[in-house]
Design a protein around this ligand. Sequence first.
Ligand code: IPE
Ligand code: IPE
Ligand code: MG
Length: 239
Amino acid sequence: MQSNLPNLHLGIIMDGNGRWATARGLPRGKGHEAGVSAIRPIVEAAPDHGIGTLTLYAFSSDNWRRPETEVAGLMALMQGYLGDETSAFARQGIRLSVVGRRDRIGPKLARLIARSEAETAKGQRLHLRIAFDYSARERLLAAAREGHGAMTERAFARLVTGDGAPDLDLLLRTGGEKRLSDFLLWESAYAELFFTGRMWPDFSPADLAGVMREFSRRQRRFGGLAGPAAAAPGLTRAA
Ligand code: IPE
Ligand code: IPE
Ligand code: MG
């Protein structure tokens, strides 16, 4: 089934955990726990929608500004998540990568990430990327620092993404805010944008199916023209 499907890249800003918890009289940490539980059904549903790469924004570099206890809770959840899911990912053909800085998250979590990535490296069904201590600006800056001489757009993209992940096809943000919060700025150049008021812990595979239906109705032009006129690749900026 998968082979006839497009190889889409979906990015999700999983926002709204805190408000989800507050609305229920619960501490914010409970919202993050519920947010972690909401991930698995979406990961499992993604390949059936032709999604080959799924990037989930789990912790931004600016999230260090939150209270120490909330940050510690998020670190512990990430650790638990990788511990719980890695062997299932390996069985299901899911390749896991974590994009973002590794030098501030603590050696234990950094080791666990490296182990999860190594154990799932052969996965072909879905490339699951978790953005953790991630800042798109920081990635752009790192790429600019690494690049030198006659840099091509393709080579720069390789540096920005860190792993050569393709451009984003869809960018989805839950939780009602309409902003990017430093997520995948370069990769979103021609992404279709989706904003939903649904809080992340409530986001379900049925919601994902709705987004994918809407995506299939959108006309993507990439600066060209729609319809047969778009058939010729035409002149693009040098790759
Ligand atoms: C997203 O939910 C998860 C992280 C940023 C770690 P929030 O914690 O931002 O939830 P709200 O936006 O406060 O509801
Ligand atoms: C973006 O959400 C980061 C994640 C979802 C991990 P934030 O809740 O941190 O973003 P702002 O502060 O509303 O822009
Ligand atoms: Mg938020």
